[in-house]
Design a protein around this ligand. Sequence first.
Ligand code: GZL
Length: 320
Amino acid sequence: MTVQRRTFVAAAALAMAGITLPAFAAKPLVIGFSQVGAESEWRTANTVSIKDAAKKAGVTLKFADAQQRQENQVKAIRSFIAQKVDVIAFSPVVESGWDTVLREAKAAKIPVILTDRDVNVADKSLYVTLIGSDFVEEGRRAGRWLVDYAKKQPGKTLNIVELQGTVGSAPAIDRKAGFEEVIKGNPQLKMLRTQTAEFTRAKGKEVMEAFLKAHGKNINVLYAHNDDMAIGAIQAIEEAGLKPGKDIVIVSVDGVRGAFEAMMQGKLNVTVECNPLLGPLLMQTAKDVVAGKPVQKRLVVEERVFPAEVAAKEFPNRKY
Ligand code: GZL
């Protein structure tokens, strides 16, 4: 008699005696997750949120760090397909180049959930939903803060330098677009230089050093697509003998701990929140997908803007 048969017979006997076994625990959900990398405080907080949420949800998480390389994400997704995971989730490092591997996931009947960043695919059925922020709105919010700031110095031209995120990534493309949409045509705001610094502190410092060498005191504003690049740039500004947050006003995105610390030191003027705590929503959405429940194509998380004036009061409430 097989083990299953023996177990069933035993359970039946116990049930007839009025003793019931606990319901057989359903097999835990298995999610394969491909993460962009560990390039910023935001990314670290995002990874912690996903791992913690998997543990709390009883989900078996297969986690792969792509070190910001798309080929590593494609490899990881193929490995998850081979392992026949229940759900594949990933934060795409760039928007393009996913059609083939997502078609392979579809052929293997494994649902795909996007977190954080979007993909640019012709066939939108290749993924179930995107859970994350509206990056265009984040760029608009950064632009609106700067427009209001400029209004307080009527007639003054403000020369802007921009540190873009990873080339081809949804946050870099959209934060640039949203910011430009708001400042376009404003006679006070001039974009002097814009260049990628790949969302990292090191590159943020390096590119800002180059901007300062070329334009020095002519720079009035820095718009950084994330706090890590802003924090790197702050070091470069100080090493150039200028005061970050005063000689050069700094507008950034993410709302990580380092940004609040810089604002409390008077070195950063505002950070636009980009919520990395996507873990719980990812786990719930994965369970809904597997249960065949309808899921919206786009799940946007709530976010706020934190100017330096509120940093000290808000800091104790921050969760990342
Ligand atoms: C935004 C996320 C970006 C963060 C950066 O959702 O993709 O990537 O803004 C991170 O800090 O590197």
